[in-house]
Design a protein around this ligand. Structure first.
Ligand SMILES: *Cc1c(COP(=O)(O)O)cnc(C)c1O
Length: 464
């Protein structure tokens, strides 16, 4: 049969038999449940070497297809076996992603039904889900009720999206951040065309917090020199230490000088839902923009982040592809492709909507609260262990500690050994030039015994 005549190719050559689809789909479900049910028996972080992985997964582009079962198994047993399991109860490295099962279901359904949340006309249902979830979070977190939002892949892009909007509204001027601001913002500012000479890195205080006093000093110096301060970036829950900047005091300075206050709550934002951490977020209602990453501490699989902007219409003014649209901006029939640089975009809200509808916000807040308490417990264990000392106290689920009189290299070796042993996944950070152990404890399945075992092994590995 001549295949250069396209029409002689039979229709639907990519179709699969519904019974096969069902069987394979159930296989994926079974494999997922097996993973979730046996997490505790797995190593939190596994790595293979490039040659072995390329040998199993690489090779030439197939001209003709092969059995799907073998290849599904390769994905499951090779590709997805050698990675960090951010959903493991003893994964304490970087920031975990302890996703919940309702969220997985929501994501699966959206993928299965090829959901797209770009325009009202092509996705009024998914759009409504996204706007609903954003409103729920805005109100639960205590943000300005005028906030509008947009979901993005992660905190990196959500911050850049909010900051592009801020810059569009404020014009070019000086942007202030701190020595503890997340590095993705340092990368994002030049990428969005903001010149280096208009960035001020304000020193954080001895508790790694940006203070109102420090911001005021930097702003006044710029005003005196004839520069125009435009945006201050505060962090609510720094990735290194969990510290929350002095939002209230910084908001006062911003108000006095007419500056846009952006708050990066990518990691710590969800803690504002808890009674035990709420006071740290005082002043959050003054944020002109805010970011939170549900794939970190709202129990969602990758990827989902939210950017909020407290000026109605500002996102559309910044990102609208068809400015004529602005003429009839009304109601809730929003075209989400006009709120960021994404045009085609998956419906990231489905999973969070289902999670919130299933558990309710109180249970989610309790799950967050447990992480905060577990980090406080870890601090007590460290304090009771000979030869270990606290470097920064437990804050929003993060605690940093070190072995007395041990070198940076000793710490790195102790962590690498522990990760290789497969009991826990841990990582380090650097504070005031010193390499330290850092535990980020946000998985509600983590137990105090998990923490006892992890801290004891780190102490043993470093010779305590
Ligand atoms: C993780 C993090 C980011 C970046 O978020 P991604 O989802 O990894 O892109 C930004 N800011 C803070 C405070 C973070 O913790």
């Amino acid at each position: 049969m001549p295949t250069d005549d396209g029409l002689s190719i039979p229709p639907d050559i990519l179709a699969m038999d519904p019974d096969d689809m069902r069987r394979l789909g159930y296989w994926v479900v079974d494999r997922t449940i097996e993973h979730l049910a046996t997490l505790r028996d797995q190593a939190p972080i596994s790595q293979s070497d490039p040659t072995a992985l390329a040998g199993a997964l690489g090779g030439p582009l197939p001209r003709e297809g092969g059995p799907i079962e073998i290849n599904l198994a390769l994905l499951s047993d090779v590709a997805l076996a050698f990675e960090q399991h951010g959903d493991h109860p003893r994964y304490f490295a970087r920031v975990a992603s302890p996703s919940s099962f309702p969220a997985i279901l929501g994501d699966w359904l959206g993928t299965g039904l090829s959901s797209v949340a770009s325009s009202w006309g092509g996705g009024s249902g998914p759009t409504t889900v996204e706007l609903t979830v954003l409103d729920w979070l805005r109100d639960a977190l205590g943000l300005n009720p005028a906030c509008e939002g947009i979901m993005q892949s992660g905190g990196s892009l959500a911050n850049v999206t909010a900051l592009m909007c801020a810059r569009h509204e404020m014009g070019e001027g000086v942007i202030y951040l701190s020595t503890q601001t997340h590095s993705s913002i340092g990368r994002g500012l030049p990428a969005m065309g903001h010149p280096e000479h208009l960035v001020r890195k304000v020193p954080a205080d001895e508790n790694f917090r940006l203070t109102g006093v420090a911001v005021r000093a930097a702003v006044e110096a710029d005003v005196a020199a004839g520069h125009k301060p435009t945006i201050v970036i505060a962090t609510a829950g720094s990735t290194n230490t969990g510290a929350v900047d002095e939002i209230d005091a910084i908001a006062d300075v911003c108000k006095e000088f007419g500056i846009w206050l952006h708050v990066d709550g990518a990691y710590g934002g969800p803690a504002a839902l808890t009674a035990r951490a709420q006071a740290l977020f005082a002043g959050i209602e003054h944020a002109d923009s805010f970011v939170v990453d549900p794939h970190k501490w709202l129990f969602q699989p990758y990827d989902i982040a939210c950017a909020f902007v407290a000026r109605p219409g500002a996102l559309e003014r910044t990102f609208s592809m068809n400015p004529e649209y602005l003429a009839d901006l009304h109601g809730n029939d929003v075209d989400l492709h006009n709120r960021s640089l994404e045009l085609s975009r998956r419906s990231r809200a489905l999973k969070l909507w289902l999670t919130l509808r299933y558990y309710g916000i109180d249970r989610i807040a309790d799950a967050i609260s447990r992480g905060i308490a577990l980090a406080e417990y870890a601090q007590q264990v460290v304090e009771a262990t000979d030869g270990l000392e606290i470097v920064t106290p437990a804050q929003l689920g993060i605690v940093n500690f070190a072995a007395v009189d041990a070198t940076d290299a000793d710490h790195l070796r102790a962590i690498a050994d522990l990760n290789r042993e497969g009991f826990a996944g841990t990582s380090s950070t650097v504070l005031n030039g010193r390499t330290v152990f850092r535990l980020c404890i946000i998985n509600p399945a983590t137990t105090t015994q998990d923490l006892d075992g992890t801290i004891a092994r780190l102490a043993r590995n470093i010779g305590r």
